[in-house]
Design a protein around this ligand. Structure first.
Ligand code: 4NP
Length: 147
């Protein structure tokens, strides 16, 4: 799961999917990262931790990190939150096979529409709620499709 800072959107995507995988007893390795590395080592944004907790999901074990080239080799699917993330991650790909792993997460629900999960960082709580709802639906679809 990849966004820009790895403190707002992708930690939620990571935490929600991890929670569902754990509850269902599925086997999948899930992680998240940011393209910019500005928040390396930091906890998720408190607003992301809060909205997750209201749903019974603790994401406080996560620490922000920057995506690296080897992630594209080591993971089967690389979900990005928006088109800017998509372009940034695409530049790290070493092959067509790696490029094909990169998916805008909302395309799992609405293929080909390239809908962005909006960056909630500079907004209020409502933005985080909206992000949560979008990612809840997208992660259901991911489980149905791949796990
Ligand atoms: P995220 O939100 O990409 O959803 O983690 C952001 C958080 C911080 C910054 C950018 C986006 N930042 O550059 O500080």
């Amino acid at each position: 799961m990849v966004c820009l800072g790895n403190i707002c959107r992708s930690p939620l995507a990571h935490g929600i999917l991890q929670h569902k995988v754990d509850q269902l007893g599925l086997n999948a390795q899930i992680d998240s990262a940011g393209t910019n590395g500005f928040h390396n080592g930091e906890l998720p944004d408190s607003r992301s931790m809060e909205i997750a907790l209201t749903k019974g999901i603790d994401i406080s074990y996560q620490r922000s990190r920057q995506i690296k080239r080897s992630d594209l080799a080591n993971y089967d699917l690389i979900y990005v939150m928006d088109s800017s993330n998509y372009n940034n991650v695409l530049r790290l790909a070493n092959s067509e096979q790696e490029k094909n792993k990169i998916i805008m997460i909302m395309n799992e629900l609405e293929p080909g529409r390239n809908i962005n999960v909006p960056d909630p960082y500079y907004g209020g709580e409502e933005g985080f709620k909206n992000v949560y709802e979008m990612l809840d639906k997208a992660t259901d679809k991911i489980i149905e499709k791949y796990l």
